[in-house]
Design a protein around this ligand. Structure first.
Ligand SMILES: [Zn+2]
Length: 251
């Protein structure tokens, strides 16, 4: 997959106009912004060298081993079986992995023979470079999950693993899920939750903004996402849902 193949669903994060392709960049005909294409498969919508955690920006190859240790200490079962369960049954369509990091979830999808197009989103360029090496056909967007440069109603599946609890205010990110998904599109989100004592301790130690699973669910429901089931992983929870299909004439 190349960036050119997904350009029809990409928009300028500054003015929401459709983009055109140049040599090694995408350009906004309306506001003139240019976004570089890196290694053929990453579009950089941020441009400046700044990321979320300075340490992992510098040593992105340490992120995967760290994830395994973190999961061993606070999760339930193996990290691989958690990934498998999160992508279970997904086999085609346009899929967004929000906060894809080093691309472990997309790599697992591809390994299982995913036939659609995975789009990985992350704010960290070093992480995305690792992700691009680890995967074959995914396209990556370096942007915020609070402002995704993708047109409304175009995505079939939104997945996000262990990201949403990092954000203090989750409203904009959740609103983006609902905005980019087509009606009936699926949502799978794994988050740190404070339901249990273990969850509360983990939340405090990492300094993340985890909330109770019922609060995540209320937030998702308020943005038109129906929750279908949940899976418990100790300090984490996976929420499975779908964007409600609106009937004609109803808002
Ligand atoms: Zn623009």
């Amino acid at each position: 997959m190349t960036v050119e193949e997904v350009i029809s669903i990409l928009i300028c994060p500054r003015c929401s106009s459709k983009l055109t392709a140049g040599k090694g960049y995408l350009e906004c005909p309306r506001c003139g912004a240019r976004y570089s294409i890196i290694d053929g498969r990453i579009v950089d919508f941020i441009g400046t060298e700044q990321g979320w955690i300075v340490f992992f920006e510098r040593y992105p190859e340490l992120y995967d081993p760290w994830s395994r240790i973190g999961w061993r200490l606070s999760g339930k079962g193996s990290l691989d079986s958690f990934y498998e369960k999160l992508i279970e049954g997904l086999d085609s369509g346009l899929l967004v992995d929000a906060g894809c990091g080093t691309g472990s979830l997309i790599a697992a999808l591809e390994k299982r023979g995913y036939e659609g197009t995975p789009i990985g989103i992350d704010i960290s360029l070093p992480m995305l470079r690792v992700a691009a090496r680890k995967t074959k056909k995914a396209v990556f967007l370096r942007c915020s999950i609070e402002r995704i440069p993708i047109i409304d109603g175009s995505i079939d599946h939104y997945i996000s693993s262990l990201v949403l609890h990092i954000l203090k205010d989750k409203k904009r990110a959740v609103n983006e899920i609902s905005r980019i998904l087509r009606n009936g599109g699926s949502v799978r989100i794994a988050v740190a939750v404070t339901d249990s004592f273990r969850g509360k301790v983990f939340n405090r130690l990492l300094g993340v903004y985890a909330i109770r699973s019922s609060e995540y669910m209320d937030l998702l429901r308020s943005m038109g996402i129906e929750i279908l089931r949940t899976v418990d992983y100790g300090a984490f929870k996976a929420l499975y849902g779908a964007k409600k299909t609106q009937r004609i004439g109803q808002e």
